[in-house]
Write a protein that binds this ligand. Structure first.
Ligand SMILES: [Zn+2]
Length: 320
C-alpha cells in the first residue's frame, strides 16, 4: 500500500469510527498528516488572543467515576433577538447569569444587532457578564449584520467569539467564511444552532448532539475531515435528553472523544427553550452531571477548541 493509500484508508477508518457512536472502541490515534486547521479559520479571536488575558479554564469535574474515553462538553446559551418582545428584563437576566455562572456552568450569549443597538443597557450587560466569564457569540439572522454585531460587542468591552448562530444551512455560501464592518473583520470558525427552515418549526432545527466539520449545505451533517468550520451540536436543550446522553456515555455507547450538549434558555422567560425548566432545575441538572467524571463545563467556542485539540473525531450521537 502506498503511503497515500494508507493515509486515505486511515482517514476512512477514523471517519467510520467517529460516525458509529454505538461502537465502544478505543480512541484511534490520529495520523500525522491529519489536515491542518487553516489559521484563517481557526476559532478566533479567542479571549486569550484578543485581550491578552487567559479565559477562565474549562471547569473540571469535582467528583465522579473513572473517566471514559469520551468527554461530554456542556454549555449554556441565550439568544437575544431583534424583536423587542424577546428581550430580557436586564436586572432579572443579570441575576440569572450571576447564579448560573456561580454554579460553575459556562455560558455563551448571542444577541442580534437590534438588541445590541436598541437596549440602553446593552453595554452594561456585555461588561458585567463578560466579567462573570460569559462569552459573546455572533447571533444574527441577516448575514450582513455579523461583523456589525461583532463590532458592537467589542465596542461594549466584550470579545466576540468565532461562533455564529441564527443561520439557514442552505445559505452556507453566503456566510462562509468572513465578514467586515467599517474595516473591522470578523472571522467565522464555529457554527451552532443550524436550521433547515426558518421559524423553529418541527424538523427545522439541527438537533444532533456532537461535534463535526460540516461538508457543505447539501451535506451539512456529513463530516469533512478537511473541513474548516466546526459545528457544535446543542441537542434538544432538554435536561432529560442531556441526562440520557450522559447515561449513554457512561454505558460506553459513545466512542468519540468530545461530545457536545447545550442548555438553551429563553432570555425573556429565563426558562429552557422549549419548556418551563428554570434555574432550579438547571441547578439540579448541574449537580447530577457533576457525578459523571467525563462531564466538562465549557462555552460553545471552548467546546469547539477541545474537539479540535482531541483530534477532530466526529461525534454525531444518535445520527443515522
Ligand atoms: Zn435568533
Amino acid at each position: 500500500m502506498t503511503p497515500k493509500l494508507l493515509s486515505a484508508s486511515l482517514m476512512l477508518v477514523l471517519f467510520l469510527v467517529g460516525c458509529a457512536p454505538v461502537l465502544n472502541s478505543p480512541q484511534p490515534v490520529l495520523p500525522k498528516n491529519e489536515p491542518e486547521f487553516s489559521p484563517a479559520m481557526r476559532p478566533a479571536p479567542t479571549a486569550e488572543s484578543a485581550s491578552g488575558q487567559a479565559s477562565a479554564p474549562i471547569t473540571e469535574p469535582v467528583s465522579g467515576e473513572p473517566d471514559t474515553a469520551t468527554q461530554l462538553y456542556i454549555s449554556g446559551t441565550f439568544h437575544i433577538e431583534t424583536n423587542r418582545k424577546s428581550w430580557p428584563d436586564v436586572d432579572a437576566f443579570l441575576a440569572f447569569i450571576e447564579h448560573a455562572t456561580t454554579l460553575g456552568m459556562k455560558w455563551s450569549i448571542g444577541a442580534d444587532v437590534g438588541w445590541l443597538e436598541g437596549e440602553p443597557r446593552a453595554a452594561e450587560v456585555v461588561q458585567k457578564t463578560t466579567a462573570l466569564g460569559v462569552e459573546w457569540d455572533v447571533h444574527t439572522h441577516v448575514h450582513a449584520d455579523r461583523a456589525r454585531a461583532a463590532a458592537l460587542i467589542r465596542q461594549f468591552g466584550g470579545t466576540p467569539t468565532s461562533v455564529y448562530s441564527g443561520f439557514l444551512i442552505q445559505d452556507w455560501d453566503k456566510f462562509v467564511p468572513e465578514a467586515t464592518y467599517r474595516g473591522e473583520n470578523w472571522v467565522l470558525g464555529v457554527l451552532w444552532g443550524a436550521v433547515n427552515c426558518p421559524g423553529h418549526r418541527p424538523g427545522c432545527d439541527e438537533q444532533t448532539p456532537g461535534v463535526w466539520s460540516p461538508s457543505s449545505a447539501d451535506n451539512y451533517t456529513m463530516h469533512d475531515p478537511a473541513g474548516m468550520l466546526i459545528h457544535v451540536g446543542g441537542g434538544t436543550h432538554q435536561l432529560a435528553d442531556g441526562r440520557a446522553l450522559a447515561e449513554q456515555i457512561a454505558a460506553g455507547q459513545v466512542s468519540a472523544p468530545v461530545v457536545s450538549f447545550t442548555v438553551m434558555v429563553t432570555p425573556s422567560t429565563l426558562q429552557i427553550f422549549p419548556g418551563e425548566d428554570g434555574l432550579e432545575e438547571i441547578r439540579v441538572f448541574y449537580a447530577e452531571m457533576n457525578e459523571y467524571g467525563f462531564v466538562r463545563w465549557a462555552t460553545i467556542e471552548e467546546t469547539a477548541r477541545a474537539w479540535d485539540a482531541a483530534g477532530r473525531i466526529p461525534s454525531q450521537v444518535g445520527a443515522e
